[in-house]
Ligand binder design. Structure first.
Ligand code: MN
Length: 155
């Protein structure tokens, strides 16, 4: 979104919004992820945050990462699972997930269904850290986490 803030944006079919571009999730090759897109719904110079909408195709997933900034997430469509710290949870529409600082997190859509979520984040934020082999080994000591990581390619 550039230029003057547009005050009204109509929803479009398929979880799209008027004059909001659907972007690549991240730069290809920067980290492991699959079949996920990003839309920046709100950002404003006087409001120090952004509201984004991420959508994963069936079986798609976000990057396993952690960082100093915090996320506030609301699932908007579909079903899937969320790794948060050492916890793996099922998620469904309108569930809320708070991702604290320096906590490993990753979302994965179920195989049969796209999953989308809103994510609020600081406009100015630190760069996500990716897990080392040692981090993955530590996470994988929990069998549920290990099984989750196997469904997201182990990283
Ligand atoms: Mn993150």
């Amino acid at each position: 979104m550039t230029g003057r803030t547009k005050l009204f944006r109509a929803a479009r079919d398929g979880f799209r919004w008027e004059d909001v571009a659907t972007l690549a999730y991240k730069q290809e090759g920067s980290a492991a992820f699959r079949d996920i897109s990003r839309q920046v719904l709100f950002e404003h110079p006087d409001l120090g945050c952004q509201l984004r909408y991420f959508e994963m195709q069936p079986g798609g997933y976000s990057t396993l990462e952690r960082h100093e900034h915090v996320h506030a997430v609301m699932i908007l469509r579909g079903h899937g699972e969320c790794l948060l710290g050492q916890d793996v949870r099922r998620v469904k529409p309108h569930d809320l997930v708070t991702i604290p600082a320096m906590t490993w997190h990753q979302f994965r859509a179920d195989d049969g269904e796209a999953m989308g979520f809103l994510c609020m984040v600081n406009a100015v934020r630190d760069k996500p850290l990716l897990p080392t082999g040692e981090d993955l080994a530590a996470l994988g000591r929990d069998p549920r986490v290990r099984a989750f990581l196997a469904r997201t390619g182990g990283r």
